[in-house]
Design a protein around this ligand. Structure first.
Ligand SMILES: Nc1ncnc2c1ncn2[C@@H]1O[C@H](COP(=O)(O)OP(=O)(O)O)[C@@H](O)[C@H]1O
Ligand SMILES: [Mg+2]
Length: 236
């Protein structure tokens, strides 16, 4: 019989150490930020506007480079923005999904991979639909399908429900919860929220302030300890 691997030997899906970053004005948006996401699951960050949450996700996604510090991830990251119109670029569902897929994928495998990604987000059969005919919630699920079709394992969600109606908010939260807890290759999600009720659905939640992140806490406990935060600024 093989010896069980001690938990400490399992590499965390995301490890951020002493990360610092300044935008053009020279002020540190991230200031020696540490974060260890210990395993697959749904992990949430809360914090006031300007505390550095979106900057952190952009650094993890590799869109910007840190001034100092390190980021190690065992899975491919994919960003999901607050406003899906900012990331769905092509006119149809199928063409947009294809944009995010590996160029090395054999052409014969493309339709199957597309169909699988759409099935996982509840949009089966919509390959030919023009994107402008989708609802806000469907667009957000399509953005998540894009991450799946591109074989991402680390979803970085920046207030993904902020612009959605209550039913779509619940759908997207439940969808990410399922993907992060499925038996086969569960995903890791880092989810920024201003909706404190969403904290009830996470595996751990932490507070970000002034470019640094506190310890992981139980989501319900963190919710109870917080006064309502000001609403997230909508992207324009
Ligand atoms: N594109 C940008 N250019 C210049 N400064 C920025 C930019 N994005 C964010 N900042 C600044 O970086 C700091 C952190 O912002 P941000 O990461 O957006 O915080 P949060 O997402 O927590 O609201 C703020 O002071 C903000 O003004
Ligand atoms: Mg932000």
């Amino acid at each position: 019989m093989r010896a069980a691997v001690p938990a400490a030997a399992v590499e965390p899906p995301l490890l951020v150490e002493a990360l610092s970053f300044a935008w053009g004005d020279g002020r540190l948006a991230l200031d020696g930020c540490d974060l260890c996401v210990p395993g697959p699951g749904l992990w949430m960050l809360v914090g006031s506007n300007g505390s550095g949450k979106s900057t952190l996700l952009r650094l993890i996604a590799g869109l910007i480079a840190p001034r100092s510090g390190s980021i190690h991830s065992t899975a491919k990251p994919a960003l999901v923005f607050q406003n899906p119109d900012h990331q769905l670029l092509l006119p149809s569902v199928g063409s947009d999904l294809q944009l995010g897929m590996s160029p090395e994928l054999p052409a014969a495998d493309v339709p199957g991979q597309m169909a699988l990604a759409l099935e996982q987000v509840g949009l089966s059969g919509l390959e030919r639909r023009p994107i402008h005919t989708l609802s806000g919630g469907q667009k957000q699920r399509l953005a998540i399908a894009g991450a799946l079709a591109g074989e991402a394992g680390l979803l970085l969600l920046d207030e993904p429900t902020a612009l959605l109606d209550p039913d779509s908010q619940r759908d997207v939260l439940a969808l990410i919860g399922r993907l992060c807890h499925r038996r086969d290759r569960p995903l890791t999600a880092l989810w920024i929220t201003h909706r404190l009720e969403e904290l009830e659905a996470c595996d751990g939640a932490a507070r970000m302030e002034s470019g640094r992140i506190g310890p992981w806490l139980n989501g319900s406990e963190l919710r109870r300890s917080l006064n309502p935060l000001p609403a997230g600024r909508a992207e324009r």
